[in-house]
Design a protein. Structure first.
Lengths: 203, 203
């Protein structure tokens, strides 16, 4: 690959936890890529032009040559299968399903609970904070139950499940959601941050 | 398999769209299974006993011998990989990612938009209906854009993406969300209902 003109382009925003998931995996896989900033809070992802890339009008979007993939979960699956080994995303039925369980938590409790609480308090959005906290709690409790005795969410090693769940849990405080009741989750955050190739949200 | 004592048990409720996703795939794969009714609206999925099966306190839960899998998306992935062929869930990176894009829509716009609107109007829950409609719209628009010219969501044949997206779109009217603006989505609902092994929500 000619790293001067990387084939991978990520439509991206530095404060987006969903984009951070993808940047973490790109970094951990050592994949050169171009970042294209999209002012999503300013409406740039809702333009007709951007919707040709992603009909949902959201970041992140990954472009790999002629291929366009939208949605952070789908991008993680694509990158792990295309460029990773099967430790990041196993192929065996049960092992893959274990990863999917936590991808589902990342798309539900963590996104509608934690990310929306943060968006309300820090990004000027207007979601129901009490509802956000109700939505977040079962996901954090499930993570605490799993991580109290296991180092990683879906296997005995890191998978894309850990990367998908990490950003909005790490940002829980920005939504005034305390992680005090979840000590195993806090210890896991530190483990994720110690992985080779980990990069912070804002670089 | 001895169909008198099926190895597969589904913790289930007939009115649950998330359970319907799983019943559709079980039926289309021809898998004998026992259905165990859980009164989730009455709180039965929130008991300590049920949380030993699923720490999130939700249905559906699939038990396959000694294996317990929670979350409808994870169960679809498990069943497709374990008992299906790769038409239901491809293994190639891009083809799998295309399925994941629509599984993400099913977990986001369709669940937080359509399912919550229905739960509010029909099941006594108390979500913000205006927010539900805002959440649903980009998902339905993305489906309309895809299905206007393609028969199925993620491939040129049905995949678990179609089964994951079907139930809450079929139930959109119960949340007073009109599908009038989405004619290709309405035609696709009929195609899903014509698949061999399709079963209605309530049997």
């Amino acid at each position: 690959m000619n790293t001067d003109t990387p084939a991978l382009k990520l439509y991206d925003l530095d404060i987006s936890g969903n984009c951070h998931k993808v940047r973490l995996l790109l970094s951990m896989l050592g994949l050169a890529h171009e970042r294209i900033r999209v002012d999503a809070p300013g409406g740039e992802s809702l333009t007709a032009g951007f919707r040709r890339l992603n009909p949902r009008g959201q970041i992140p979007v990954l472009v790999d040559g002629d291929t366009v993939i939208w949605d952070s979960m789908a991008i993680l699956v694509y990158l792990a299968r295309r460029y990773g080994d099967d430790r990041w995303l196993p192929t065996a039925a049960l092992a893959e399903a274990r990863v999917m369980q936590w991808l589902a938590v990342s798309e539900n409790e963590l996104l509608y609970g934690l990310a929306r609480a943060r968006a309300t308090l820090r990004l000027g959005r207007d979601f129901d904070l009490a509802q956000c906290r109700r939505d977040a709690a079962p996901g954090l409790a499930a993570m605490q139950a799993r991580l109290d005795g296991h180092a990683w969410l879906a296997a005995d090693h890191p998978t894309i499940a850990d990367l998908a769940c990490y950003p909005y849990v790490a940002l829980a405080g920005e939504g005034d959601v305390s992680l005090e009741p979840y000590p195993a989750v806090r210890a896991w955050l530190e483990r994720v941050e110690g992985l080779p190739g980990w990069v912070p949200l804002r670089e």
